[in-house]
Every structure is written in C-alpha cells, then in structure tokens.
Design a protein around this ligand. Sequence first.
Ligand SMILES: [Zn+2]
Length: 203
Amino acid sequence: MIEAHHSDRPYSEGRSNDRHNGERHHSDRHQKDRLHRPVLVLNASFEPINVCAARRALVLILKGVASAEEHSNLEVQSTRNRLNLPSVIRLHDYRRIPHQTRALSRKNILMRDRYTCQYCLKVLPASELTLDHVMPRSRSGGTSWENLVACCHHCNNRKGNRTPEEANMKLHKQPKPFSLHTSRHLMRLLARSDEQWRKYLFY
Ligand SMILES: [Zn+2]
C-alpha cells in the first residue's frame, strides 16, 4: 500500500487521526493509542494464530520471542530510541495450538453464524434471532456446536419439529465448533483495516 505523507496538512493538530505523520507527534495520548493498535501474530510456520496489542508485540520482540515481519509507519518513543511499531510479528518457536474450545453459548453460536439466520440468510440483531436445533431436541438432537444454528423466528416456526429436509428448508452450511478457522475469519474482518495483514490471511 502506498501512503501519502500529509506533512503539509493545514489543520493536522488535535485529533488522533494522524497515522500518516507518525514522527511528528509524541504526546502520551498518541503513544498510548498506538500501543493499543492490533498486531497480527504468526506462528513460526507463518500461520496466523492471534491478534495482540502493539505493546504486547513489542514486549515479545524485546524478549527475543518474536520478530517483526511487517512494520507500520508509526513510531513510538522509548527511553533511548524510537521504535517502529510492528504490524505483523512472527514467533521464533513453533507453538502447538490446542484444539480451541469455546464455551457453547447462545452468544458464541450467534457470533459463529455471524448473526445470520442459517436458513433464510437474513442478518438480524441478536434479539431477533433464536437458536435452532437442526435435529429437533424432541428427536434426540443434541445441544452441541454441531446441532445448533442461528435462526430467525419465522424460520424457526416454519421448521417446527422437523429436520431441514422434512421441512424442505436448506441449511446454509453444516455447523461446526468455533475453531481456529472461525477466528481466522474474524482476523480477516480485522485485516480490512490493515493492508499489511492481507498476504498472511488471504490464501
Ligand atoms: Zn430465517
């Protein structure tokens, strides 16, 4: 991404929206904002595994645990020198990622399904969504990641005590546990704001 340097902006003082001229302002507030910016964390294998705050990323680099793969055009002032803030870091040692388990909750199911009814694909506020047991509970369908989906009230009523096939309703996709794949999807959403993340996430 090519970024213009707006060093001659007429009224650039004040608000914090100054990511283009990082070397000019070193007020505490700006520095604090910067240290909270999200940084993408890659495994030693270049696989994206996490997002952390810039402050944490700097600590990992200074500890020698990780190194910067990409830098932002922002700097922070430490006691001795200026540091370029990383936007992507990579761990030196490969870290085994345990099968990520998240609590089975209404909120997490809705989040996994992106607040989208899995039958009519309407995106709705949480208050207008319910959870549907794909295989009805009355027919020994379990309360599990694999059997629960976000569903609007209309579709839920229509489906009733039937399977999607019986109700002639198409389930958008087979539900799965909240996984690393899902969090990668969330990282992709975040990546819209940071071009430098893209090559690590879109493959
Ligand atoms: Zn629906």
